[in-house]
Design a protein around this ligand. Structure first.
Ligand code: SAM
Ligand code: SF4
Length: 335
């Protein structure tokens, strides 16, 4: 297929080029992770969720405007019916270099081969603990065995350099930092530690008390491993080190300890078609309104996307333990 000529890229007011789009295909999830949502979280009515055609229309517009990487996320993306067919169509967008997926892994064993065949390049799987009882306590509904099985099935299906995402909370799983890294090393996987962010209220714990900084995680790791600094970056909030003598990289996603906004290259599309310009701010543009009111009008859609870049704020204002400034939860945001 002939690749169409790229237009001038998406540049925001601070000179940052946007090349990475994260798409949430649903806000629903089979888990209720304590840091993400409460048990009684209400979900968006289906009529308000973008159809596959709408997701493709918006995704294609971003790729024409210079986006080279799309991550599909949620909620739990594998909960969306026929998701593999959407992924197969997204991966074929001319000009897209990389389609990747973030999942909780609960249904991964069933979908792994299909995801590979659909052209998904890499997988991030969330895993905060290797203890089944703790896993149930953190996810409220999940079975650890499903996720571990999903990871092995995905490796067998040919997924390489998978990445584990772990949220570490004090007095819950902070003693698992080293075992989780060992688990990743044994499988040639990377691992990223994500500091808990104040997105939406959570009833389970006081975020100020449970906060376990990435600086502490790093110190914990240094007692066991030799950490080799790297300059590798995904243009995002992760800072990486390599574990000496292994293929494993450890990422630290530290919105609190280290501000990462200066080289931010990403925007997020919620399941309802709201374009979020920053994870930690409410600035947004309603792209669903554009595609529903003017179906087929790609010029208008591209203009709306370009105009939205001017709304991208300089950075987030996360403060540990402060009342959330942001009332939407991570599942609604597309983490
Ligand atoms: N359901 C999928 C999963 O769990 O991987 C994809 C969506 S989930 C919202 C994406 C990531 O966000 C997960 O790795 C999860 O641990 C993380 N996350 C959720 N709530 C968070 C919060 N309040 N602070 C930091 N990370 C959070
Ligand atoms: Fe679901 Fe992912 Fe949120 Fe956990 S972090 S409740 S798996 S969306």
């Amino acid at each position: 297929m002939q690749v169409p000529a790229r237009r001038p890229g998406l540049i925001d007011r601070y000179g940052r080029e946007i090349t990475y789009l994260r798409i949430s295909v649903t806000d629903r999830c089979d888990y209720r992770c304590v840091y993400c949502m409460d048990p009684d979280t209400r979900f968006v009515p289906r009529s308000q969720v973008l159809s596959f055609e709408e997701v493709l229309t918006i995704g294609a517009a971003f790729v024409r405007l210079g986006v080279s990487k799309i991550r599909v996320t949620g909620g739990e993306p594998l909960m969306r019916k026929d998701i593999v067919s959407l992924l197969g169509r997204l991966s074929k967008l001319p000009g897209l270099d990389e389609l990747v997926l973030t999942t909780n892994g609960s249904q991964l064993a069933r979908h792994a081969a299909g995801l590979k065949a659909a052209g998904v390049r890499r997988l991030n799987v969330s895993l905060d603990t290797l203890d089944a009882a703790r896993f149930r306590a953190i996810t409220r509904t999940g079975d650890l065995a499903d996720v571990l099985d999903g990871i092995e099935t995905a490796r067998a299906a040919g997924f390489e350099r998978m990445k584990i995402n772990s949220v570490i909370l004090e007095n819950r799983n902070e003693d698992e930092v080293v075992p989780l890294v060992r688990y990743a090393i044994a499988r040639g996987m990377d691992i990223a530690f994500i500091e808990e962010m104040p997105l939406g209220e959570v009833s389970d714990h006081d975020r100020a008390e449970s906060f376990y900084s990435n600086d502490r995680i790093r110190a914990d790791l240094e007692r066991t491993f030799e950490l080799v600094p790297t300059l590798e970056t995904t243009g995002g909030p992760s800072r990486y080190v390599r574990i000496a003598g292994t293929a494993t990289r450890v990422g630290f996603i530290s919105p609190h300890s280290h501000n990462f906004c200066g080289d931010c290259n990403r925007v997020r599309l919620t399941a309802e078609g709201r374009l979020l310009l920053c994870l930690g701010q409410e600035h947004s543009a309603d792209l669903r309104e554009v595609v529903r009111t003017h179906p087929g009008d790609t010029v208008r859609l591209e203009a709306a996307i370009r105009a939205a870049m001017d709304l991208k704020p300089h950075g987030h204002d996360f403060v540990v333990g402060a009342k959330p400034l942001i009332f939407r939860r991570m599942n609604a945001t597309g983490g």
